[in-house]
Design a protein around this ligand. Structure first.
Ligand code: GLU
Length: 445
């Protein structure tokens, strides 16, 4: 059996970190099992679904390296939903209801007032043909509910949450279709999961109650149910569902120069018993992916942890992986020198500027400026080679008696305009003889 998972966003907005995580886990699980990962666009809501979000969802997934094996759109499947809906009608598993939103609200309030759970009372099942005709004459349109089977307990073994049990009698028959004929999420999703051969439904634990209902829908069609894995939700460092997380997406990560590998490495592991590690090779993460490692407690997303992980990941990136994002003249050698100094890729330009110049004028004490004049003369006299820094500082040490910081710091400041930075032994050959001599001239007196 081919493992098939799906990620089913509604294109009514951009992906945020929570659903990126869901997409990633679906993809990882499919990859690990040699299966397939489907992108399903839940675009039944014509008003709110926008083509620009469809494009953005595809682009964000591509940027993250989460590549779907296929794509489906619910808006292309209305005929199919109609067909299967008719089957449920014939089987008596859906029924029309005419209550208005206000009437339903009132019913709920009355139930709550009596200390009862606000479960739908199935009033619509008692309507007589005459009452229905009267509603229709009044111009009221029916909405449709799925009739749960109260005699069949709902049970499944969740791959993360373990054994789950629901008493269907305590659930409301869900509205599956509105008065205007449009579909709510519940039924189309089930039909798709059947038709598309989905073997594993991986989603947030906010869908647990939907799963209970959908299991009865699978059964109503005589279909087998897929496996389910409901993940604990993602929370911010403050431990709550935060608004900020709900709007944090790929756009925000890119602005902060976060690498896709860093997001993947973090989201693959938070909320699991495995440590977050700087693993740039996604297949290593895929190998270790296992629902049994997932905990029940919310997964904590920490920006600071992401920034630190990102720094470590940047230090692992090969020239070939980043060359298209580097200044065109920057060599593999220069990347190797600059890379260990980066917090993120946004700092490359700054360090490249140190190589190519001009550099900021350093504030130097008079005696250091004098020393730099001598340093310049010494540099000019030495044969240029890859060991030039060692040769030069060795000669200066012997010639001036300076050592340690008093030897190295003025040289670094004159050559880079900074007090910290890349290893000078590697940097000086990149700066080159002419530039180095010019910078020393500018800094010496
Ligand atoms: N479109 C639904 C959502 O975004 C899909 C849920 C599911 O995975 O079934 O919540």
């Amino acid at each position: 059996m081919t493992i098939r998972t799906r990620f089913a966003p509604s294109p009514t907005g951009h992906l945020h970190v929570g659903n990126i995580r869901t997409a990633l886990h679906n993809w990882m699980f499919a990859k690990k099992n040699g299966g397939e990962f489907l992108l399903r666009l839940d675009d039944t809501d014509k008003e709110r679904s926008k083509e620009e979000y469809v494009t953005a969802i595809r682009a964000d997934l591509a940027w993250l390296g989460i590549n779907p094996d296929s794509e489906e759109r619910q808006s292309a499947r209305f005929e199919r939903y109609e067909e299967r809906f008719e089957e449920l009608k014939t089987a008596g598993r859906v029924y029309p209801a005419y209550e208005t939103a206000q009437e339903l609200d009132l019913k709920r309030k009355v139930q709550l007032g009596r200390g009862k759970p606000p479960t739908y009372d199935r009033g619509a099942l008692d309507l007589t043909a005459a009452e229905i005709a009267a509603f229709e004459a009044e111009g009221r349109q029916a909405h449709w509910r799925f009739k749960l089977d109260h005699a069949t307990p709902i049970e499944w073994t969740d791959l993360i949450r373990g054994d789950q049990n629901f008493d269907p009698a305590l659930l409301s028959d869900p509205v599956i279709r509105r008065e205007d004929g449009s579909w709510l999420y519940m039924l189309p999703s089930t039909i798709d999961d059947m038709d598309m051969g989905i073997t594993h439904v991986v989603r947030g634990e906010d869908h647990v109650a939907n799963t209970a209902v959908q299991i009865q829908m699978f059964q109503a069609f005589g279909a087998s149910t897929p496996e389910f894995a409901h993940e604990a939700l993602l929370v911010g460092t403050e431990g709550k569902l935060s608004k900020r997380l709900g709007s944090l997406g790929v756009g925000g990560f890119r602005e902060r120069n976060i690498e896709p590998q860093s997001i993947v490495a973090l989201l693959a592991r938070i909320g699991t018993s495995d440590p977050v590690e700087p693993i740039a090779d996604v297949m290593t993460l895929v190998e270790g992916f296992d629902f049994s490692r997932f905990g029940r407690a919310p997964a904590r997303f920490d920006d600071e942890e992401l920034a630190q992980l990102n720094q470590k990941i940047v230090h692992l990136l090969d020239y070939a992986e980043v060359s298209d994002r580097l200044p065109s003249a920057m060599s593999a050698e220069a990347w190797g020198v600059i890379r260990p100094n980066l917090h993120d890729m946004g700092e490359v330009e700054r360090w490249w500027q140190v190589v190519t110049g001009p550099v900021a004028a350093a504030e130097l004490a008079a005696e250091d400026s004098k020393f730099l004049g001598q340093a310049r003369a010494t540099l000019e006299s030495l044969p240029w080679s890859d060991t030039i820094w060692k040769d030069w500082t060795g000669a200066l040490k012997d010639g001036t008696g300076r050592k340690g910081k008093s030897l190295f710091m003025p040289l670094r400041q004159a050559l880079t305009g900074l007090e910290h930075g890349p290893d000078m032994g590697a940097l000086l050959p990149l700066i080159g003889r002419e530039s180095a001599l010019d910078r020393l001239t500018n800094a010496s007196s």
